[in-house]
Design a protein around this ligand. Sequence first.
Ligand code: MOS
Length: 747
Amino acid sequence: MNPLIQTAPPAIGGSFVRIDGALKVSGGASYTSDKNFPGMLYAVPVGATIASGRITRLDTTVAAGMPGVRAIFTRDNIGPFFRVGAGSNAIIDEHRPPFDDDLIRYYGQYVALVVADTFEQATAAADAVALTYAAQTPDVSMQLTAGQPPSIDTQRGNAAAAFTAATDPFKLDATYTTPVETHNPIELHATVAVYDGTVFTLYETSQAVVNHKAVLVQMLGVPPEHVRVITEYLGSGFGGKLWPWTHSLLAAAAARNLKRPIKLVISRKMMFQNVGHRSNTQQRIRLSADADGRFSSLQHDYLNHVSRTDVRKENCGEVSGYLYSSPNVHVAWSYARKDIAPNTSMRGPGATPGLFALESAVDELALKLKMDPVALRLLNEPALDESLNLPFSSRHLPECLQQGAQRFGWAQRNPEVGSMRRDGLVLGWGMAACAWNARRTAAQASVQMYADGTARVASATQDIGTGTYTVLAQMVSSATGLPLSKIKVALGDTAFPPGPFSGGSVATGSMVPAVLDAAHDALQQILAIAAHTDRSPFAGQAIENLAFGDGMIYRKGMPAATGVPFGKVLQAAQVGVVTGTAQVAASGSEPGGAKVSMHSFGAHFVEVTWQPEIARLRVSRVVTVIDGGKIINPRTGRNQIEGAIIMGIGMALFEETHYDARNGAPLNSNLADYMMTTHADAPTQIDVSFLDYPDLALNALGARGIGEIGIAGLAPAVTAAVYHATGIRVRDLPVKIEDLLASQVTA
Ligand code: MOS
């Protein structure tokens, strides 16, 4: 037992170590691809090597005769798949079932599935499946032209007129782009499918087991009782594992057809082809200000690419309606189709690329106005959410800006480009604000209280690696007074009460009321047992006179320590377990809808170093202040923000998926050629602090999820710092050394 677990009260706000940490570092945590079953076979998909066209011949003769091959499934023999019905709330980004027709819409689209005794045999045979195509030249260019009229996200006043009326230098018209980014969690997507003749048990790498089941039920065409989805541990996902991808259906069908367990682990290359990515975006910002710097108008017009089969919006305008005060706002979206696989959510979807554009524009306008960028933001702080005309539940952006500036030493900044030096390096200092929505989804949980004095909480949510196991134990601890060592947490199984997806920063905030209410329900049952059992020390007492605290039942008005451990009372009553349950609706679902606007906020301050002699740029220091509600666990919380900052540096400087114009293939589809922030690229100093204001409109603890807010706004803070160091404004991510070679700043 880790001694730290028992010695860090309070339950809420204590920096507990992860309760699953020891299992993970010792190899005791069993991930999906660790699952093995007797008689299990290995499945490897065959991917198309064109991005647009039609299959003219698919020949499995050679492959079928290779060693160990048990079956090769194609459109002809895989059996039926169905679609998610219109109006269903089951979510999938690629609606087309696998093998649905002979058309190819993107490079790597699965066209066959080889099943063999070993992974190596299946891989070899998959390579031997012969395909010929009638191919067309794909369009995978990153130039986006709207294929249809824009739809309006939010608007007020007359932004176009106000912008036209404004004069230089009080206006800015600039276009920003962000590239395709690919999720690269260490754990590959995998499905291990077991079929018993009736029930599919699918071990999945899923950020949302409840939705995964809902989709598979529909696409397999079976009743809900016949699909169970399990994700006990997840090697992260960053949004790429939120919704099911087609390999899961292929594995399930193979298990059904062969009556054998099937393991399907996709390759890193397939991670770039078949399981989503952050769409590229093209965003035009028109921003104007009055003479004193107050924003007179904001127009945010943006596009993202989508696949041939599905339309998924990259919601870049999400924060533009409410981040700043302005009487005239217009935010609109459109899209362009490309011969690229369906796009999906990636950490902070929409707002993260959106804030790159918006916050870059605010920085550029501050320069034109010769105003400090912190002061400009403080000046434009709104009194309420002007897009919804609702008060904010808890908004402390000015304090984030002020505290961040102070911790960073912003007052020492000389705004002149290339003017600041340290140890022979040019320093660049930049900053940006950020926001991310806060909400609760519907959630259920059960809490068991056992006669041995321990407790358990169960919910079909998952721990993506963020610390969900730990914070749920803390919630139970806060409700029962039990130490974490006596609390088990059971997650990631659709056999448990339905819980939220691990995405959108919703899991923690959604689970708070479900766990607290389920615990309360269990405690009330225990008090009733205490009062109504002859052999109980509290027999004959009125329940209203009894209380529960520190794991004890005691008389109200007396100290908890004078009571009796609840396990003793259950033993006296010969009750083994008490189960409390709770079912909580989504936020905003009350009659009349939402009464407040709920978001997290933050500010990033970034220092880069620039060596003009060798064109070497590094992020040396980041100071981030987050208004993320009550932080249940500052240790896991800080870890989330630090990781998001590292990923944000990747967005600013490194990450970009390139496509081959000839065949539409993702070119840098491996961890050597797809650049991400490594240890050597990470800043030596990352200073994260939380304001810790409870958002009591969200739940009784005031806790929000904080998995995404840390990446929002980081990239524009980096490019603002790059400008300050080099005089080069990069509007197209990622920043490349080639961009900076024109810098006039000298050593
Ligand atoms: Mo996150 S993109 O909601 O996993």
